[in-house]
Design a protein around this ligand. Sequence first.
Ligand code: CP
Ligand code: NVA
Length: 308
Amino acid sequence: MTRHLLDLSDAGGYAIAAMINDAIDRKSARKVLPKGKPDADRPLEGRVLAMIFEKNSTRTRVSFDMAMRQLGGTSLVLDAASTQLGRGETIADTARVLSRMVDAIMIRTDDHVKAEEMARHATVPVINGLTDRSHPCQIVADLLTIVERSKALPGLEVAWLGDGNNVLHSILEAAGLMKFNVRVATPAGYEPDADFVIDARAGGAQVTLTRDAAAAASAADVVVTDTWVSMGQDHAAEKLAAMEPYQVNATLMRRAKPDAIFLHCLPAHIGEEVTQDVFESAQSAVFDEAENRIHAQKSILLWAFGLL
Ligand code: CP
Ligand code: NVA
């Protein structure tokens, strides 16, 4: 069976734990190597990943490319608009053509249904590099960052502040799979999709939905936020105003545990969802988190190729 990663549940908790462990091992084994030099075992030698982007990207694009290089393979980037997709060729035909030409496909798209369609018709692994619904690869990197800071996932208290968006959806999915708890503070009307909350609770996670940012952050181990306006959304003044009480600032961080870490998938909007002092503080793990996209991506790719 071809392994796709459209959402974290496609892998499951056991595989995610294996990804985190593998990422820790590979990261430590290549500490002194130049970034472009392959790992000694070159497990993906000769393999090619095609990356399709319908939206902008820095971290996802570079980390997948570097991940393939470090695993001994290569990648190529397709700007969706300049391919025949931009002129109406179907996802189904594109999936079948790319499956004859490359060994795996990563897609970043404005519509999760397109990623599902790609996976349905591809005979090689399809990986979700962010959709309007979820961002699973980001959360593998986030979990790796948390574990690296010696925090165990089961029972962890994670506070999410701001918009109930794609990144939060994948955190909720991870919570159900890895048994940690999430306190979600959003303004009314910006809650996460109910199905992610229901599934996380069914998996054993405690999920609290609140309007009270301070209560959500209280005694948290990890405080997470993201942009108030995701790609493809309008910069509506009323949304920005509603988000203001959910800014992660020093007062809010004081509510969390003294050793709490701050995460943000980036890009950040300083002065909106997070203040400069928190972003630059010793509690902020955002650049480890960004680097860990490479290490997480490598484990995700190995899993997709059935090598993990
Ligand atoms: N966090 C993240 O996915 O960043 P990019 O949009 O730069 O890929
Ligand atoms: N929620 C953001 C994440 C960017 C990496 C977006 O979808 O734009």
